[in-house]
Write a protein that binds this ligand. Sequence first.
Ligand SMILES: Nc1ncnc2c1ncn2[C@@H]1O[C@H](COP(=O)(O)OP(=O)(O)OP(=O)(O)O)[C@@H](O)[C@H]1O
Length: 259
Amino acid sequence: MPGDTPKISIRGLEKAFNGKPVLRGLDLDLAPGRSLVVIGMSGTGKSVLLKCVLGVIQPDRGRIAIDGVDIVRLSESRRARMTRQIGMLFQGAALFDSLKVWENVAFRLIYGERRPRREARQTAVDCLAQVGLAPEVGELSPAELSGGMQKRVALARAIAAEPSILFFDEPTTGLDPITADVINSLISDRTRALGATAISITHDLVSARKIADEIAMLHQGQIIWRGPASEIMNTGNPMVDQFVHGRADGPIHMTMRRA
Ligand SMILES: Nc1ncnc2c1ncn2[C@@H]1O[C@H](COP(=O)(O)OP(=O)(O)OP(=O)(O)O)[C@@H](O)[C@H]1O
């Protein structure tokens, strides 16, 4: 049945850099409209995973299907057409200071979809409103905004093209807990309003439990646990347990590289 096709289906994904394996045969399915948070130690490959799905990193091996279509083996132009349905909120907001706020929000509409500026500007203003920002904010430079407002703008940019998939890379890093909670609520609301399928990366477990239906833990290049967000503090998995309780001692050992 078509309804059973996962929105995103990953099989045997492998990626190494300079001979060092990062993803080692990773499998992951995500049903349409579900929200998954990926947790894991720094440097385990969470961002690499998202970049492989976005098509900006070419995996060494494996299959990444969106709506049942394997994008790894598509031509660049066909892959770009498939990945256009992904909206992304980058780590650190990543706004262009040389552009006004509304131009940042409308960037993909103007330069990717070649929509007329006037129309794109109206969409940007609508998206700013959806994240609680007044039209006047659109005329400012991103440098004039607080960190929380920059994250709102980054969210407005991510949803501007009405994507069916949303990626959030550390959406609340650097924010105070109250502002983080506001951003998390906006992320949940906007994702639901679009009916989008979402994958988020966060080290913030409060955020993870707020925005996720499910949480998956990435360790040594594979998903070692996955389950309902409500169970994350009591999984019974010693590695997840060590991670979520922040214990130095346990089955996960830190490897230090000498300078
Ligand atoms: N373009 C690249 N070239 C070489 N190595 C890379 C590249 N991108 C990522 N890596 C390496 O891959 C590993 C995983 O990186 P990644 O950014 O995915 O980690 P992460 O789990 O997102 O970490 P963090 O939680 O700290 O953001 C790291 O060792 C990183 O140095």
